[in-house]
Design a protein around this ligand. Sequence first.
Ligand SMILES: C[S@@+](CC[C@H](N)C(=O)[O-])C[C@H]1O[C@@H](n2cnc3c(N)ncnc32)[C@H](O)[C@@H]1O
Length: 373
Amino acid sequence: MKYLAILGRQPEISLAELKALFDNVEQKSGEVAFFSSEEEPVLARLGGSLKLAKQLENISPEDFLRALPEGKITLGLSDYSYSSKKYSSRDIKNISRYGIKIKQALKESGRSVRLLPNSTPVISTAAAHHNGLGLHPKKVELIKFKDAWFVSLGAQNITAYSERDQARPARDAKVGMLPPKLAQILINLCGRLPKDATILDSFCGTGVVLQEALLMGYNVYGTDKDERMVRYTEKNLAWLAAKEGLEPLLRTAQGDATSFQWAQPISAIASEIYLGPPMSEPPVDIKLKTVKQECGAILTEFLKNLSGQIQPDTPVTLAIPAWRRRDGHFERLKTVDEIEKLGYNVLNKSEGGLLYVRDNQVVAREIIVLRKK
Ligand SMILES: C[S@@+](CC[C@H](N)C(=O)[O-])C[C@H]1O[C@@H](n2cnc3c(N)ncnc32)[C@H](O)[C@@H]1O
């Protein structure tokens, strides 16, 4: 089946995630990608996509709507053929007119439709989410891209993300706040994993990566140098498991990732390593040098230690620090060559790396996708 994804704020990261999981991924515009999948993809498992939709094949949008179960239909229409900032008032008029035409045609066949108004050619992700479009047979978003139509499978669940992020019982601002979306991306960049895979986070902190891995149904294994963090992870995972009715298949231990011997099996590693101290403005050269050395030594020693304990081809996906310099460029922790010398192939070698960064953020995260040689 052919699917469409609306890419997130950093499309290159969203695309990398889709490519790791699905076939025939093709970027069609700044915010649209097509892909194919035999199984229906689940949006809630993807950190980088804002909407997913399935192509309407051999059926017109009107006939699709007519075939829905009885009762009033809530309908949103989106046309993503234009780049998000380059549409005209005529484009809004066109999609609105099409909505009125569909509404009229359905009325004539005895179906009533509540049409969501278009203030742009697309229904925003937030409006699609709040109206439950794609999550109920009669709450529908139809998405157009050029001459193809797709039916939405849902929009990013902003409410669930912020609840998972903010309601967990053990939090610690000092170890940083890994967004749950980025945790999902790190796990997904490990590729298609067997259902009973065990994900290791060897810098587990408060357990955000492991929370997301647990929700995806994996077995989870968390270690951290700081005993207190291990307890935080246990507490957060117990809370999540109780809330979601899941079995917390969790193994934990206190251990320094540069020397610890992990228990087997380990199917994949997804971790945010130590990022150094938080910074509110670009560091002076001497400070940058010291922090880079400290984080670099942890990364090198960790990768060396891990290498002897995992099978060839094991996926290792890491978020590592990169610092905004005074000249505006980012200082990266390691070059591809330096990492490859430690016994790993770097899968994402794009120039400049995959940087996950917000406006004005000084400590960014570079995402590196490795496979043990
Ligand atoms: C950036 S935080 C990770 C945050 C985590 N992703 C979370 O969701 O909370 C880095 C973690 O690495 C741990 N750490 C630092 N050096 C370490 C080492 N050598 N071995 C293992 N853990 C280490 C810290 O205690 C901290 O919890």
